[in-house]
Design a protein around this ligand. Structure first.
Ligand SMILES: [Zn+2]
Length: 87
């Protein structure tokens, strides 16, 4: 079983979580609110965001799989929380 705590970047975290069942994730001591974070650039709005790095946020798709979505280069928020329209 892949270890969540040993993931080194956001991509690896998403890949690892996608190989684990919810029970396995819980067994490793994670509840979805305490996944590793790979950035010091905090988000104002973390709604629907499970982790992030400087360039991307990790979100869940409709199939329950994690994937990365780019952060707005202007405000740093997730693209779906960004209000920089027109830039
Ligand atoms: Zn923005």
């Amino acid at each position: 079983m892949k270890k969540i705590s040993s993931t080194k970047n956001l991509e690896e975290l998403a890949e690892t979580l996608n190989t684990l069942t919810p029970e396995q994730i819980e067994e490793q001591g994670y509840d979805g609110l305490n996944y590793p974070i790979f950035s010091l650039l905090e988000l104002m709005d973390t709604t629907e965001i499970w982790s992030y790095d400087d360039h991307s946020v990790m979100v869940l798709n409709e199939e329950g799989k994690y994937y990365l979505d780019p952060r707005c280069p202007e405000c740093g928020e997730a693209s779906f929380h960004c209000e920089c329209e027109g830039l």
